[in-house]
Structures are given as C-alpha cells and as structure tokens.
Design a protein around this ligand. Sequence first.
Ligand code: TXA
Ligand code: MG
Length: 374
Amino acid sequence: MRTRTLTIDPHKPDVTALQAAAAIIRAGGLVAFPTETVYGIGADAFNGEAVRGIFAAKGRPADNPLIVHIASPEELQAVTAPSFAGQSHVDRLARRFWPGPLTVVVPKGPNVPDEITAGLDTVAVRMPDHPVALALIRAAGRPLAAPSANRSGRPSPTEAAHVQHDLAGRIDMIVDGGVTPVGLESTVLDLTVDPPLIHRPGAVTVEALEHVLGGPVQIGSDKDGAAPSSVASAAAAAAHSETPADVPRSPGVKYAHYAPRTRCVLVEGAAPEIVSALHNRLAAERARGRRAGVLATREGYAAYGTEAAALCIAGPRDDVAVIARNLYRCLRQLDEADVDIIYIEGIEPHGIGAAVMNRMRRAAGHKILHAHTL
Ligand code: TXA
Ligand code: MG
C-alpha cells in the first residue's frame, strides 16, 4: 500500500483538501491525523472491518480497546448507553475539559462495534482539541476510532515523520499538521466505577479532575497486584499508574509501552543528585567503552559534557509542559543515535509531571535508579 501525505495548516485547516482524507475514512481506510496530544490512526468508528485494519497496521493485540473521537459533546449520545449513573459527571467534565486531552470511559451504546471495545461493555471517548482532528471528524461525518499512530509498544508520534517511520506502507494517508502541542496521550478516566478511576495519567491532572467533580478520584497502579490508590490528590501515585490492580479493566495497560528499542534507565531523585549521579555513571560507561545517551533537562545537560555519546534536551525543569512536548521526540532521537543505553533524567511528579514520569517509567520498563544510592 502506498501511504499518501496531505499537508494541512493546523491553524487554518483547508476543509476542501481534507475531503480526500474523509473519503478514505468513509470507504473503510486508515488515515493518521494530528490531535493536540499525539497523532492518531483514524478509522470509521462504526465500521468493524476498518477498525480491525487499525489493529493490523499497528501490530496491536486485539484485546486492547480503542478511543472513539468525536467533534462535539452531543455526539457522545451516538456511542454511549442511553442513560447511565455517571452521566452528570460526564456532563460536568465535558463542559470543563472538552475539547481537550481527557478521555472518559462510559457504558457503551449498541452501535459501537466490539472491535473497538475489545469486547468490554464500556467505551472510551474524547473530543480532541485540534482544528485538523475536528475538521476531519466533521468531514467524515462520523466518529473516528483512533489509537496513537505508532507501531504497538513504540513511543507515540508527535510529528508526521514519526508516523511515516512506523506506518509507511501500512495506512492509506498521513495528514501532516505539524508537531502536536501536548505531546503525551490523554488522561483516561473511568466513570463506570465509583470513585472514578484514572487508568492513564495525562495533561488533565488528578487535582483538576477532583476539583471539577467535587470528590475523590482513584489512581490506578501499574505495579502488579497493587490496589488502586483511593487517596485524593495522590499525584505521585499517578506517575506509577496506567492500570488498576486485579481487574484488567483497561487491558492495554498490561503491554509494554512508549519504549525505544535501546535499553532505558530512569534516574530519580532530587535534581542536583540526579545530575551528579548521572555524570559519574556516564564516566563509568565511557571507561567501559559503552556509548550512553541522555534525555536531559536544560539545567542538567551541561554537566554531562563529553561523557555522553548523545544528548537530547527535553526542556527546563520549571516548565514541565515543554518536557512533555519533547519527551517522545527525544526518546526516538536517542533510539536512532546508536547508543548502548539511554539514561533519562527524572523530574518532579507534580501536575503534568505525574504523566511525564509515568511515561518515563514505562519507557524504562521500570528500570529505575535512585540518585542518592549511586
Ligand atoms: O491522546 C490520546 O488518547 C491518543 C490520541 C490519538 O487521541 N490516543 C491514544 O490511544 O493514546 P491508544 O489506543 O494509544 O490508548 C488508548 C488507551 C489504552 O490504554 C486503552 O487500554 C484505554 O485507552 N482504553 C480504551 N478503551 C477503554 C475502555 N473501554 N476501558 C478502559 N480503558 C480503555
Ligand atoms: Mg498508544
């Protein structure tokens, strides 16, 4: 299959040009498109066969359900059960956070094919905050099922070149709308349990959710066998989470995610300790003839100097949104740099930092060093 690229101005999407992408969707094809979080691979959400094509293109296990993308809160009715207990929560959250990087898990309606939900009786839905994504959904005239547009297990794509790298020849079209502004996947919030449960932390933080809902939100833990934490505002716990404990309510979370092929190690601790510990570690790696790469903060990178074989500066510690935006690009870049190992400078797990640390831990496959012990 030849993958066409269509370049669209993200600030002023050309709706006529997007008709070509919409026609592919309506015909059951696959189109990658930018959202505010990461690029997604879109298919007609009501076409089970098209949705199966997504799983084939990504190499995604069939038991990992997809998010349905809608262009207005009203479209939620088309994919959810007629009435359900959490409806008032959904209304409140939609009013505050949509369009935006919040996915809600709600009881599924009869129109949603089982391919999307992997047989669950719930469906994940969000309204993305990106002019190209919204224009494409509207042009297609139906909701789009869309997982992140990476090969399964790889870091999510934050620019069209990443999608090209992973999926060229496997999908019909890539709509190139530039770099995605948030850079991390949406917060996934399950409203079919009480209190609501965060399956995956994202830019919409636990604090913001609790504020809007006026009550506690639980945070799933990705540590095997650990119970979801039920304490309000446990931001630190969010960094560990992408799954609740015993019940696999969000099946995707059990798979390896966001990981470069190169072995990654995350170094956690206080910033100055991380920098000096990493400096020593890099010197030791070099002495052993090993090439080490570092995903660094702006404050830390100068200290690594010539000890690092490759460096990517993700951003300043006092602006975690910038680190979030650059995280996946840096992981991909370091993965291409022909190094033996990638060290990742940990950050404070507060606000969106909780989601960043969650992805960093998963990229490292939970190989974590504590700076004060080095
Ligand atoms: O920001 C995003 O959410 C991006 C953009 C493209 O919208 N999409 C994305 O999709 O990250 P994906 O497929 O890579 O991740 C979807 C996550 C998975 O962890 C999956 O297990 C969970 O959402 N999920 C989907 N449906 C679910 C359901 N019914 N119940 C619980 N978790 C669900
Ligand atoms: Mg994904």
